[in-house]
Design a protein around this ligand. Structure first.
Ligand SMILES: [Zn+2]
Length: 491
């Protein structure tokens, strides 16, 4: 007989995601060994192997896509002189409270100028851009860097979602015209859909953020919000139209075709890989643990040999044969550890491995194996002759199946409301509110404060992909509505 699973497996998740998302997420992080929060600098965490493997795959996909769209990679120093940071007023005001400063070095003591650990790289890059960009022939100038940034975050931190150090990609681009820059913003939104929605299966809506909630130093900010369950949203990558706000103080100029010197129009885009990872595992995970898209799983197929006394050899031989069949095509592993079969199932479900192949002596007699899909638990008895086809078929449809499930979910979370009381009720019921609003310029700021205090949600902004606008008045002040906005709780 196989070893019996006599006790509750130590690896299973005990909290239901629906009942207590926070506790569920914490348990997922700990039990699936994704991060370790015991590193002794507050807000700084260790990303464990299983998370790092997937995050590296996410980096690779995003970098490849950016390069296909004409961006080139750069590596920049992580320290920025204070004098650089001070060049753009709004930017420095926005970031100053969150900067980590390096003030001393070695035995020589205090530095003559403070150095910021980059909170973002505009002020590191643009002085260099001013040296590199000369003529219209250098434009568009599209670069990106994959790096860490540091921000002294005041809000409560949560592994991957929010911390004081995060891992991201930032792309910084210069164009000859405002239209060129706006096209880049649209391209960035498309890139976000390609990575976050198509690869990570996270449903998104892009919002133009209100004036009071944009990136410090941007003309406009366009940010993707993902629905995280219980009506809360999480801000994912945002792309910023910077116009000439930075190019003027940083002297990012070019000579146009007529020989005139002009300031460039800029954009920047910052997909945070760590946060995207957090959003993905939080969104897709279930009460058994992680659910991962096929391409992003550190291991895609696990083979569990079901060992009975006297049959060890033939079962293991078969497992090895199946392993060899797929090892060049997929990331596959045989689990021949000492754990009970039940514990192995729990463990690999917790880790989100997309496909499990079970091989036992009875299956061998019938010349078949059992295949179980992680995301929906579907189980198939497959004849050995059909195995290769079946695995190829599952691997190709797996990610799409997850995506289809998650996309349907999204629209059902939105509720259109015409009165404040209905908005309060909708937010309390875990919905995202859609309503009329006076303005997302500074004129609407007062109404946004009321939304926050009395409705308990945040104005996420105007949906970028939505033309329709059917509300006559602002939900709060009753003045004519200039736009349709969305209100949600956020992480
Ligand atoms: Zn209003």
């Amino acid at each position: 007989m196989a070893k019996k699973n006599n006790h509750t497996p130590i690896t299973g998740i005990t909290v239901s995601k629906e009942e207590d998302f926070s506790a569920w997420y914490t348990e997922l992080i700990n039990k699936a060994e994704l991060a370790d929060i015991r590193y002794n600098v507050k807000g700084f965490i260790v990303y464990r192997e299983w998370a790092t493997l997937t995050i590296r795959k996410m980096y690779k996909k995003t970098e490849d896509l950016l390069e296909r769209k004409g961006h080139l990679p750069l590596t920049m120093p992580s320290l920025i002189p204070e004098s650089n940071l001070l060049l753009e007023t709004q930017h420095v005001e926005g970031f100053a409270p969150e900067v980590f400063w390096v003030t001393e070095a070695g035995s020589s003591g205090r530095l003559s100028e403070r150095l910021a650990l980059r909170p973002t790289s505009e002020t590191a890059l643009y002085p260099m851009y001013a040296l590199w960009i000369r003529s219209y022939k250098d434009l568009p100038f599209k670069r990106y860097l994959s790096c860490q940034v540091w921000r002294y975050e005041g809000k409560m931190t949560r592994p991957f979602f929010r911390g004081r150090e995060f891992h991201w990609i930032e792309s910084h681009n210069v164009f000859a015209t405002m239209e060129g820059a706006m096209e880049q913003v649209k391209e960035d939104m498309e890139t976000t859909y390609q990575i976050l929605q198509d690869e990570c299966c996270i449903p998104l809506i892009f919002f133009q953020r209100p004036e009071w909630d944009k990136f410090p130093g941007a003309v406009h900010t366009y940010a993707a919000d993902a629905l995280m369950g219980s009506g809360k949203v999480l801000q994912l990558p945002s792309t910023h139209l910077l116009g000439q706000i930075f190019s003027k103080p940083f002297n990012v100029k070019f000579v146009n075709k007529d020989g005139e010197e002009k300031y460039g129009y800029q954009t920047c885009y910052g997909p945070a890989q760590s946060r995207n990872y957090g959003a993905m595992i939080a969104y897709l995970g279930d009460d058994k643990g992680l659910v991962l898209p096929f391409d992003l799983a550190p291991i895609q197929i696990v083979i569990i040999p079901i060992i009975y006394k006297g049959k060890e050899k033939i079962v293991l031989e078969k497992a090895k044969k199946v392993y060899n069949l797929f090892k060049d095509k997929y990331i596959i592993k045989i689990d021949n550890s000492e754990e009970s079969v039940g514990n192995k199932y729990y463990y690999w479900e917790l880790k989100g491995v997309p496909i499990r192949i079970e091989i036992g002596p009875k299956d061998l007699e019938k010349q078949q194996v059992i295949i179980v899909k992680r995301h929906d638990g579907k189980r198939f008895e497959i004849k050995e002759s059909q195995l290769e086809n079946k695995i190829d078929e599952i691997s190709q449809s797996y990610t799409n199946e997850i995506k289809e499930k998650s996309l349907i979910d999204f629209e059902s979370q939105v509720e259109c409301v015409y009165e404040k009381d209905a908005a309060v009720e909708a937010i309390n019921n875990g919905k995202i509110v859609c309503c009329g609003f006076c303005s997302i310029d500074m004129d609407g700021y007062h109404c946004a404060e009321v939304v926050e205090k009395e409705i308990g949600g945040f104005v996420r902004g105007k949906r970028v992909d939505e033309e329709k606008h059917e509300f006559a008045t602002c939900l709060i002040c009753g003045k004519p509505a200039s736009c349709t906005i969305y209100i949600a709780k956020s992480y």
